[in-house]
Design a protein around this ligand. Structure first.
Ligand SMILES: [Zn+2]
Length: 97
């Protein structure tokens, strides 16, 4: 069964202006990035607050998928949809570009 909201692998982005460092990871490995220094500029890659906010978003998505699963259980899986990016830092930005 497919989920209404599919979670793609998270990406750690350095927030220091002009740095541009990014690293793909898995949700189960995010905790390892808490207070880890950017290998390019030395900035903090993931604060504890940002990590805890991300955990709340992921829990919300999981709960929403569970609640809505009876509505889509017989629907065929497709690649249709809209990608929404959630950036957990200074304002919890959400964008679909
Ligand atoms: Zn950096």
């Amino acid at each position: 069964m497919n989920d209404l909201i599919e979670k793609l692998d998270p990406e750690i982005d350095c927030d220091k202006e002009g740095c541009g460092y990014t690293e793909k990871t898995k949700y189960e490995l995010l905790k390892e990035f808490i207070n880890k220094r950017c290998p390019k500029c030395g900035s903090n890659l993931l604060t504890l607050d940002d990590y805890l906010d991300m955990v709340q978003v992921v829990d919300f998505v999981d709960n929403l998928n569970t609640l809505l699963s009876p509505l889509i259980k017989d629907e065929p899986e497709t690649d249709e949809g809209t990608v929404i990016y959630v950036k957990m830092h200074n304002g919890k930005n959400i964008a679909n570009n």
